[in-house]
Design a binder for this molecule. Structure first.
Ligand code: ZN
Ligand code: ZN
Length: 359
């Protein structure tokens, strides 16, 4: 059985458990996960016995044959029409849809096109996403590769860094190095924030020149569809004692978070470990987001490593641990690694150093 076949087999059990005869998969990430298809237009009809049909358009006739080992239907017109034809051919009546991955117009269009006996039923939200939270060996290998490219790209870009360079120029250098090292592209818009701008957790790089002071870099690479995510701080010129103390506190909280990662622990307990440490240093109120997130085919996946996420960690989950503090008019500090939950705890995948760096 291929990887995709075994993924479909597991997913089809969820279809059956929810008393559906088939699931219409409209999320392209889920389509890729279940079939290996990487094109930009496709839906999958997954039957409860594990069989599946991929619907795509003529642009992907060759590609789909190369990538996919389930049934393929090349739709000459709208996918909806081809899907409706398939449904009336096999006469399934209870078809689930992914409520978070379909819009009203598409749903209405499907309802109109389907045979009168067929019913579209909202599947539980995140049905396939839950399965995707635990990565298989092949996925873990790709995430490792994405992490590795990301760290090497930062190293290469920092070698070319000069004081006075703009945030945009450094972000472009990072993206260029990452691509040269084999990334599909950035996993999200690279964040480069210098000085007081580091107080913005999701700063967009701008024309600001990077002078002496703190510099926050948050970057990720996609490799064969899988994401990595890392935040590092560098200090241009010597750091003062305030920065050093704050950096040490954030690092301590990040390590406390990592130490709390193990199978059976809740995502919320990891978040608590981070907050407790920051509180000890009087910095908990400056930590204004959650501790981390799962990542895989998407940069943000489950579990959400936050205050209220009760999901239990399992071996094979890949998550980020990224506490940060943000102080208006001063700046911000965030440190982020991608980690893999193992049978006994976790493995930090990100190899980049975390001691205080002064350039
Ligand atoms: Zn992140
Ligand atoms: Zn990040």
């Amino acid at each position: 059985m291929t990887t995709e076949q075994s993924r479909r087999k597991r997913a089809s059990k969820l279809v059956a458990e929810n008393k559906l005869e088939a699931l219409l998969v409209t999320s392209l990430h889920n389509v890729r996960y279940l079939t290996g298809f990487t094109g930009s237009s496709a839906n999958v009809l997954l039957y409860r016995n594990g069989n599946a049909v991929l619907f795509t358009d003529p642009r992907y006739t060759v590609q789909s044959k190369q990538q996919v080992n389930c049934h393929i239907k090349i739709a000459k017109g709208p996918l909806t029409r081809a899907i409706a034809a398939e449904i009336s051919r096999v006469q399934v009546a209870k078809i689930g849809f992914e409520p978070e991955h379909i819009n009203v117009a598409r749903l209405e269009g499907l309802k109109k096109a389907l045979p009168s006996k067929a019913r579209l039923i909202s599947a539980p939200e995140g049905l396939i996403a839950k399965q995707r939270m635990v990565k298989d060996e092949g996925e873990i290998a790709l995430i490792r590769a994405a992490v590795d490219i990301n760290s090497r790209a930062l190293e290469a870009a920092l070698k070319r860094f000069k004081t006075g360079m703009t945030e945009t120029a450094l972000a472009a250098e990072i993206d260029y190095q990452s691509r040269k090292l084999g990334a599909d592209g950035p996993a999200f818009d690279t964040i480069v924030a210098a000085g007081v701008r580091a107080a913005l957790p999701h700063a967009h790089p701008g024309a600001a020149k990077i002078g002496p002071g703190m510099l926050l870099i948050d970057m990720g690479a996609f490799k064969d569809g899988y994401a990595s995510d890392m935040t590092r701080m560098v200090h241009v010129g010597p750091a003062d004692s305030h920065y050093k103390r704050a950096y040490a506190a954030v690092l301590e909280s990040q390590l406390a978070g990592i130490a709390a990662v193990r199978p059976g622990a809740t995502a919320a307990s990891v978040d608590r470990a981070v907050r407790r440490t920051l509180k000890k240093h009087g910095l908990d109120r400056e930590f204004i987001h959650s501790t981390g997130h799962g990542l895989g085919l998407e940069i943000h996946e489950g579990p959400r490593v936050g205050k209220s996420d009760k999901s239990k960690l399992e071996p094979g989950m890949t998550i980020t641990i990224e506490p940060g503090i943000y102080i208006e008019g001063w700046g911000g500090i965030r440190i982020e690694d991608t980690v893999l939950v193992t049978k006994t705890g976790c493995e930090i995948l990100t190899p980049t150093r975390k001691d205080l760096v002064e350039l």
